[in-house]
Design a protein around this ligand. Structure first.
Ligand code: PBG
Ligand code: ZN
Length: 339
C-alpha cells in the first residue's frame, strides 16, 4: 500500500516541497500590518529638553534638528507645543551657566521644574530629571575627585542625592541617574525615601556604555570631560556581563525602570535585562544615533521620518518598553496613536 502511493508521487521528493514563498505575506500593506509584531504609542516616547541657565546659550543644537537649548521661559512655550503634539514624557537636562568643583547651583533648573509643573499637572506630563554631575563640574566628569585626583565616591553620591532631593522638591516626577557611579541608585532611593519622596520613581541608566555617539549631546549640555574620558565609570562596549550586572544591581538597589544606552547598538541587551530583572527596560536613542539618521537624510541617502520610525520599531523588537528619542515630538506626525 505504502509502496503504491509512493509510486504515484513524483520521483524526487524535492519537487514536492514547494518554495517557501515568504513574500506572500509581504505583498500588501494590509498583509504586512496583519503580521506586524511591534507597535507602540506616543505615550511610550520620551522627549529630552535642554534647559540653559544663561539665556545667551539658548540656540539650536548642532546635529539634532528640531531640538534647541531652552531658557526657562522658552521651555514653557516648548512644553505647550509638545503637549499639543501628544508628548507625555520629558527628560530634562540642566545646563548651568557656571561650573564648580563642588557646591553646585541647581536653582535655575528647580525654578524651571516648578514653572513647568505649574503649567502641566502630573496627570498631563511626566518630568524626569537627568541626574548627573558632568554639566555642573568644572572638569566635566560625572563624579567628584579628591585632592589626589582619585574618584571621591562618598562625595559624589552625596552630591547626586543633593541634586535629586532639590529636583524632587521642585516637583520633578522622576529621577534618572546617568552617572554610572557605584551605589548611586541605593543612595538616591534612601535619600528620596527619607525626605518623603518615596513615590518618586528612579529610571536608571543601567547599561550605559562609553561611546563615541554622545557627541551632539555634549555640545548641547556643555559637558565634555576636560581631561581623560568616561571609561572609568561607563561600561566597555565589549563587556556584556558588566552591562547585565550593572542592570541587575540597579534593580537590586531599587530602580523602578532600567535603560540601555546607546540604544541602537545595545539591541542584544534589552530583552535579556528585562528577563533577568523583571523590570521594564527602555532604550535611549542617543544624540549620535539620531544625528546619524539626520545626516543620512541631509545627504539624500534616507528619508528621515521613515528611518526614524524604522529605528524605533527595531528598538521595540529588541524589547524596549519605552524609547528616549530627540524625535519624540514627531510621533504624531509619524502616525503614532496617542496610547
Ligand atoms: C550625562 C549624560 C550623557 C548622555 C545622557 N546623560 C552624556 C555622557 O554620558 O557623556 C548622553 C545622551 C545623548 O548622547 O543623547 N551623564
Ligand atoms: Zn554625566
Amino acid at each position: 500500500m505504502l509502496e503504491r502511493n509512493r509510486a504515484a508521487l513524483p520521483s524526487s521528493l524535492d519537487t514536492l516541497a514547494p518554495t517557501r514563498r515568504l513574500q506572500r505575506l509581504r505583498r500588501t500593506a494590509p498583509l504586512r500590518d496583519l503580521v506586524a509584531e511591534t507597535g507602540f504609542t506616543r505615550s511610550q516616547l520620551v522627549q529630552p529638553l535642554f534647559i540653559v541657565e544663561d539665556p545667551a546659550d539658548a540656540r539650536d543644537i548642532a546635529g539634532l534638528p528640531g531640538n534647541a537649548r531652552l531658557t526657562p521661559e522658552s521651555a514653557l512655550a516648548r512644553l505647550d507645543a509638545d503637549l499639543e503634539s501628544g508628548v507625555r514624557q520629558f527628560l530634562l537636562f540642566p545646563v548651568p551657566a557656571r561650573k564648580h568643583a563642588r557646591d553646585f547651583e541647581p536653582a535655575f533648573i528647580c525654578e524651571t521644574i516648578a514653572l513647568l509643573r505649574r503649567r502641566a499637572t502630573r496627570e498631563d506630563a511626566t518630568f524626569w530629571l537627568d541626574t548627573c554631575l558632568c554639566s555642573y563640574t568644572a572638569d566635566g566628569h560625572c563624579c567628584l575627585h579628591d585632592a589626589r585626583g582619585e574618584q571621591d565616591l562618598p562625595a559624589t553620591l552625596d552630591a547626586l542625592a543633593g541634586l535629586a532631593l532639590d529636583y524632587a522638591a521642585a516637583g520633578a516626577d522622576g529621577i534618572a541617574p546617568s552617572d554610572m557611579n557605584d551605589g548611586r541608585v541605593a543612595a538616591l532611593r534612601l535619600a528620596l525615601d527619607a525626605a518623603g519622596h518615596d513615590l518618586v520613581p528612579i529610571m536608571s541608566y543601567s547599561a550605559k556604555f562609553a561611546s563615541q555617539l554622545y557627541g551632539p549631546f555634549r555640545g548641547a549640555a556643555n559637558s565634555a570631560p576636560k581631561h581623560g574620558d568616561r571609561r572609568r565609570y561607563q561600561i566597555d562596549v565589549r563587556a556584556r556581563r558588566d552591562a547585565l550586572a550593572s542592570s541587575q544591581r540597579c534593580a537590586d538597589e531599587g530602580a523602578d525602570l532600567l535603560m540601555v544606552k546607546p540604544g541602537m547598538s545595545s539591541l542584544d541587551l534589552i530583552q535579556p535585562i528585562a528577563d533577568a530583572t523583571g523590570l521594564a527596560v527602555g532604550a535611549y536613542q542617543v544624540s549620535g544615533e539620531y544625528a546619524a539618521l539626520a545626516l543620512l537624510a541631509r545627504e539624500g541617502f534616507a528619508d528621515f521620518d521613515a528611518a526614524l520610525l524604522e529605528s524605533w520599531h527595531a528598538l521595540r523588537r529588541g524589547g524596549a518598553a519605552f524609547i528616549i528619542t530627540y524625535g519624540a515630538r514627531l510621533g504624531r506626525a509619524l502616525g503614532l496613536a496617542a496610547r
